[in-house]
Design a protein around this ligand. Structure first.
Ligand code: CTP
Length: 402
């Protein structure tokens, strides 16, 4: 993978050094162009040391022109990335202005372009910037960020450059993967079902497996919506993450995300919820006869079964997990039918396996066929490896069905 990285003049330029590192770790060749403004924030020496490449900065450099030339620089790449992209460079790009090496390369390239805008929130919200962004998007320029957060001037708002990990994920997705054009929905984590404002019913799910699956699908190019219950896992880069608490909120967020091509339900949804959540904290002494409260439970909606039974917008592939402590494969095969899904990943969650909350997983993939379900045993692996294998399997299946 070859990336032409244009670093323009914003404080976020320091994060581009981290981006170069990440790209190099992924085996990418990085050719950097540093604008005059960019060089105010990072030195050519640091950029070239990290990229292990010459830094290009001058349109009229006879040496550069005789060695490679700005047209070749613009074209001998798989992707052009502008990070940070200032309001100024975005305006020039939108209007076809070419007044230095960076903007000339941007005008001369026939390769896809990804921009990571970074600026003060007022500059971002300005009508002219919004207009320029619309123009760029209409011209097929891809964007990542900007994010909401602390800005250079100490203000909080939208304008922060996307984190290097998010830009990397966007680069991988932009360069194409077998899931390009595929929309995926993933559920992850536990749900919290309130008893009163301070207490809830939950389970030990960590969200590690579901988050890893969302990340793996995004890395192969899918547009992923992750609907996550409360979890300590970070939002995976390049994934749209919706945070929810209860099973009912999770279902609503999933239905909102439809239509999708594939739904993967990895969440450990609480099967029941208190019939009525108290609005005040339940106090020990205040109840009639000071008896312990009786918790009346009602069943939660089954998200997987709901998705599997959709009439007009059923995902082409509906995948569930079966967390079992005994007779793993038999119970899982029964769930395949009862939940109307296409595949079930069955895992043993008995306490001795350490699966719940742990880093590893041992699964059986059970898929529906015209005859008896097909059972495949996968070797024990990290949850990240299981996720990558699943994402590849999804790509093969959706690809061959297309
Ligand atoms: N699931 C769901 N909504 C629910 C319950 C479960 O979407 N209300 C999904 C899970 O995400 C998982 C699959 O259904 O993909 C199976 O979950 P599991 O807990 O193994 O099964 P249950 O349906 O809860 O059945 P049981 O507890 O009786 O084994």
């Amino acid at each position: 993978m070859r990336v032409l990285l244009i670093i323009s003049g914003g404080i976020a330029a320091y994060k581009s050094l981290e981006l170069i590192r990440g790209l190099r770790r992924h085996g990418a060749q990085v050719r950097p162009i540093l604008t005059k403004g960019g060089a105010q924030f990072v030195t050519p020496l640091s950029v070239s040391a990290l990229a292990q490449e010459k830094v290009y900065d001058d349109l009229f450099s006879l040496t550069d022109e005789s060695e490679i030339g700005h047209i070749r620089l613009a074209r001998e790449t798989d992707l052009v990335v502008v990070a940070p992209a200032t309001a100024d460079i975005l305006a020039k790009m939108a209007n076809g202005i070419a007044d230095d090496l960076a903007t000339t390369a941007l005008l001369a390239t026939d390769r896809p372009i990804l921009v990571a805008p970074a600026m003060n929130s007022r500059m971002w919200a300005q009508a002219s910037t919004m207009r320029n962004m619309e123009l760029l998007k209409a011209n097929g320029v891809m964007t990542v960020g900007p994010a909401h957060g602390e800005l250079a001037e100490g203000e909080i708002g939208i304008g922060r450059m996307a984190e290097p990990a998010d830009i990397l994920a966007a680069i991988e997705a932009a360069l194409g993967g077998p899931l390009i054009g595929v929309r995926a929905l993933v559920t992850s984590g536990p749900t919290h079902e309130p008893i009163d404002p301070v207490r809830y019913i939950a389970n030990r799910s960590s969200g590690k497996q579901g988050h890893a699956i969302a990340g793996a699908c995004a890395r192969l190019g899918a547009a992923v919506t992750l609907v996550s219950g409360p979890s300590n896992e970070a939002d995976p880069p390049g994934v749209e993450t919706v945070h929810v608490e209860t099973a009912r909120d999770m279902l609503d967020a999933c239905l909102q995300a439809l239509p999708v091509d594939v739904a993967i339900c990895a969440a450990a949804v609480s099967d029941w919820r208190p019939a009525e959540a108290e609005t005040q904290k339940i106090k020990k002494g205040r109840r009639t006869n000071a008896t312990s409260p009786n918790l009346e439970l009602v069943e939660n909606p089954d998200i997987l079964a709901t998705l599997g039974a959709r009439e007009n917008d059923r995902p082409r592939l509906v995948i569930g997990f079966a967390a079992e402590t005994d007779d793993v494969v038999a119970y899982a095969a029964a769930k395949l039918a009862s939940k109307g899904c296409d595949w079930i990943l069955a895992n043993d969650v008995s306490p001795h396996t350490g699966t719940f909350g742990g880093d590893d997983n041992k699964v059986h993939l059970i898929s529906r066929t015209a005859d008896a379900p097909r059972i495949e045993e996968w070797p024990e692996a990290s949850k990240v490896e299981v996720a990558a294998r699943l994402a590849e399997r999804i790509a093969e299946t959706l690809g061959s069905a297309a």
